[in-house]
Design a protein around this ligand. Structure first.
Ligand SMILES: NC(=O)C1=CN([C@@H]2O[C@H](COP(=O)(O)OP(=O)(O)OC[C@H]3O[C@@H](n4cnc5c(N)ncnc54)[C@H](OP(=O)(O)O)[C@@H]3O)[C@@H](O)[C@H]2O)[C@H](O)CC1
Ligand SMILES: [K+]
Length: 517
């Protein structure tokens, strides 16, 4: 079963940590030592020659981790300066602070004490998952300056000020790390919105909590059960997460014939090039048959690929008639279709209740017609980019554009999940942090920060085609959309600079080979 790697919310992380401590098998102090050791280890791995480092320690346990890092780097021969606060943190962090004070002083956590030498490393241990409100006063001033320095910044759990539930900064101050070390699991905020860009390379350090993540209940020494607050429902999907069953389903059996892999109809319209891109992608991803359905009889000299079938489809009745063929297993409406044509063809298309990708002009048509909205069903995959999402869900978009005053902030993940629940469909919100949400709380994230060339005209049409092809082949909407996003990003990654949308479908064979399909 297609799954991916679990992503935790901050509340889930806290609950796992509490369950572990409540079991009596590990103490908070041990977890903090492991966390600090992991960070110091990663620093030494990346900067093997001991240099100078300034560790910025905040008021809580993130700061506690920072004191451990300071102690361990000092022991490894680094010249360590620590900036910290005068507060007395919780007992674990207080203990770590004392251990550092046996080694060296703590200077005030002030902007003017940031290092001036450009190569000095800075460790940001000010706020982690405990951030609840925008940074203020001296810490805000320091973080503002931190956002401007060019020194390499290593963040513990996250760059401070980032809300790890939403990937949004709780103010306009947004420091940028080259390396972030987080614990046990990725948090949503590492993968979406500003977090994706500002965390740099993210390393997940195992601090021995996986047992309590896997078992959603833990028994305390007093016999009481500790239950985690919410099921873990978000996953990060990467090529390396693909399981043998999915790979087998993506492959083809030697005994199969073309109809074993479904028949996709791609509705074409005003801009036929867009629909052709979708159709080519649906073929490449393995649909047995793909038919392009233009508005006019196809009298023109057909353009490649020759493997594409063509069928004139003009009136809504033509659509209803085409969908009576039970061998048609998926439909794509939107790319290059024209809003009026999409609006006319959607009622019979949705009434058939078969697997269906709704993109571009189909989304615009749905946004203005409540009847179309009501006809959506769980076989649909909606694939909006940010602008289309805003037209469909203006209230959710407004919530995303306000600068959040408290954490956890409303996130793109929340928005996509809410949108999927409202529409009762699978929804794929495009971006460098593509979010695929199913109506029943599940979500997956496919990131493509490293494929800037994917931001090109027609790339969305190809994605719609890939998903349609996978739907035609029998993948359920959630898997088809998630795998589609993954294949699409990987195709761009493999092609690299110079990519145009036309190149994407033809990279799919290479993606499949790389996956081992
Ligand atoms: N999760 C784990 O398995 C482990 C986590 N570790 C590390 O611990 C931090 C989380 O520590 P915590 O103490 O809960 O929170 P922070 O250190 O992130 O924040 C500290 C406190 O700061 C206060 N706060 C929040 N926002 C602001 C602000 N804008 N200005 C000033 N102060 C702020 C808040 O307290 P309040 O009562 O004032 O709200 C926070 O509690 C985690 O990120 C890891 O680094 C472990 O050590 C290992 C295991
Ligand atoms: K931090």
């Amino acid at each position: 079963m297609l799954k991916g790697t679990e992503i935790l919310s901050c509340a889930q992380m806290r609950a796992i940590e509490s369950a572990a401590m409540a079991s009596g098998e590990v103490t908070g102090l041990e977890l903090m030592e492991r966390a600090g050791r992991a960070v110091a280890g990663q620093i030494r791995l990346r900067w093997p020659k001991p240099g100078r480092v300034t560790v910025l320690c905040g008021p809580g346990n993130n700061g506690g981790d920072g004191y451990v890092v300071a102690r361990r780097l000092h022991r490894a021969g680094w010249r360590v300066r620590v900036l910290g606060l005068e507060n007395t943190p919780g007992p674990d962090a207080a203990k770590m602070k004392r251990l550092w004070q046996e080694i060296g002083p703590i200077l005030p956590l002030e902007a003017n004490l940031l290092p001036t030498a450009p190569d000095d490393l800075i460790v940001d241990a000010i706020f982690g998952i405990g951030l609840t409100r925008p940074p203020e006063d001296a810490i805000a001033a320091l973080l503002t300056q931190l956002a401007d320095v060019t020194n390499p910044l290593v963040a513990i759990d996250c760059p401070s000020g980032l809300c790890l539930d939403s990937g949004r900064f709780l103010s306009q101050i947004a420091p940028r790390a080259v390396l972030t070390i987080t614990f046990d699991s990725l948090k949503t905020g590492h993968l979406i919105d500003a977090g994706l860009e500002h965390c740099g390379k993210v390393i997940v350090a195992d601090i021995g909590l996986s047992h309590w993540r896997r078992y959603r209940q833990a028994t305390r020494p007093d016999g009481k059960d500790v239950t985690l607050p919410r099921r873990i429902t978000s996953h990060h999907l990467r090529i390396s997460d693909l399981d043998p069953d999915t790979m087998q389903q993506l492959g083809k059996q030697s005994s199969a014939h073309k109809f074993s892999h479904g028949h996709a109809l791609i509705i074409s319209g005003m801009a036929p090039g867009a629909a052709r891109l979708s159709a080519r992608a649906a073929l490449r991803v393995g649909a047995g048959l793909v038919t392009l359905c233009p508005e006019e009889p196809p009298l023109d000299i057909p353009t490649p690929p020759d493997a594409l079938m063509r069928r004139w489809l003009d009136e809504p009745e033509d659509m209803a008639h085409a969908l009576q063929d039970t061998r048609v297993t998926a439909l794509c409406i939107g790319p290059g279709c024209g809003i009026d044509r999409a609006a006319a063809l959607l009622p019979p298309a949705l009434a058939a209740r078969g697997p269906c990708v709704l993109d571009a002009d189909a989304l615009s048509a749905i946004a203005i017609d409540p009847n179309l909205w009501d006809a959506l069903h769980d076989g649909c995959v909606l694939t909006p980019h940010g602008g289309e999402f805003a037209r469909l869900f203006p209230d959710l978009t407004r919530r995303l554009s306000d600068i959040p005053a408290t954490g956890p902030a409303w996130s793109r993940l929340d928005a996509a999940q809410e949108a999927a629940a409202r529409s009762g469909t699978c929804l794929l919100l495009k971006g460098r942090d593509t979010i695929i949400a199913a109506p029943f709380e599940q979500a997956r994230i496919v990131t493509s920060l490293d494929t800037p060339w994917l931001a090109t005209a027609g790339a969305g049409d190809v994605l719609a085609g890939i998903i349609t092809g996978l739907l035609a082949r029998g993948f359920n909407p959630f898997d088809a959309a998630s795998l589609g996003a993954l294949i699409h990003a990987q195709a761009a990654r493999l092609f690299g600079p110079g990519l145009i949308a036309d190149d994407l479908p033809d990279m799919i064979p290479q993606v499949f080979r790389q996956m081992g399909v």
